[in-house]
Write a protein that binds this ligand. Sequence first.
Ligand SMILES: [Zn+2]
Length: 99
Amino acid sequence: MMSDFAVTEITVSRTSGLLLTWDDGLTASIPLSELRASCPCAGCLMARDGDSRPPADNLTISHVELHGSWGLAITWSDGHNAGIHSLEVLRRHAEAAHG
Ligand SMILES: [Zn+2]
């Protein structure tokens, strides 16, 4: 299934999180801790399955870019950039936060 949603604007606060604006006007902020905790890469999935130690709380975002039309690629201050956050998942977060 294709995602029906597009992000029209991404505002990056390197130390607090992302503010996403969607093409239907919904806006939602996503805190850094939540983004890193939901990183979908294999390394983070394995780390979460095993040791549930949270990531360092002094992480910041170095860079964010759209990955094709379906995701966001986030580069962290520790160099981690393996996870592509799907817009569909982020959209669900946004709707839940506003529900
Ligand atoms: Zn990861």
